[in-house]
Write a protein that binds this ligand. Sequence first.
Ligand SMILES: [Zn+2]
Length: 350
Amino acid sequence: MIRPVAIVALVAALVGQASAVAAHSTDPLLGSTPWGQNQLVPYMWTANQVPPSWAASNIDLGAADSEASRASRAALFSRASSAASRIAYGGSNPCPSYGIACMNRTGVPVSFGMWFKAHGAVLDWGTLRWCQAQSVATNGCYDIRRVALDEFGHVEMLNHHENYADESDYLDAVVQYAGRSRPKDGWNAHVYGRCDVARLQLEYELLDSGDPVSTCLSLATSLTIAADPASIVAGAYTQITGELEIAVATAAKRLSGDPLSRRAITLQRRDLGSTTWVVVGTMGWVTGSAGSYVISVRPAASADYRLVYDASTSEGLRDATSAVVRVAVGIGTCSAKASKGAITRPVACL
Ligand SMILES: [Zn+2]
């Protein structure tokens, strides 16, 4: 479903019409075509609809807010002297009669359009007042910087967040059907909410494999384990490695199968004949290899090993436990001579 034009603000009488769905769901999609990852998208003012300086500077700040808070490889917007994308203030526009701003993303991935109605415009619900146009902001005014962020969110690919009926989760998103005016909570939000970010991450991936996944998501993870060598003599070292990634799933969209770096993963051991797992240590992070973890151990006897990822509550990932590998410790002599003579792997008798 393509909705080329989306409005950002409505009269209070319409607040609460948005459907209530599952808790903290990600913003729905707007359109079906994303920009390229980290695509640079310049825009310019529409001729004869150039914003006054107070509006121009705040619309530009909205573009910068989008970049600073996207937490993903979503597109980057910045003003240029000449560009295919246009932003207009005042004058003719395709926005609905009650809307204070709107945009059109049907030109993605080439261009977009955006329109802001003028300060003082008389709409069917009253007179539009932009806070930044006032020497002293008055209640009921709209923060044009926040509205610009809402619009840039639409341009990215975000549709309006679906709030609880009581709107207790309203601050989870800036991209809202009914944008709030001063002084209601969220009226001057200048960073994407976590459920805006969640959708951006699903569609554009994380900036870096070590970055946190939005808590608006709850994605399963996958953890593998390997021991090399899996058979050693007593006194020798073996290296346990692991790979952590977002589990392959349609719902994870572009994050599906992506590596997860710099998480806390523990190695556990279960002695033969025992049912108890004990913590051996914390896995190290392999520099330059996204999602890879390593630890060296020197077991005294044969035992089973597994890796455990206990997901932090500060991000939207679920726990994972690896399969079990057995490290067999055989009878043998671990001599300095042997260790020097035939080392082909990063393990050694000491
Ligand atoms: Zn909107």
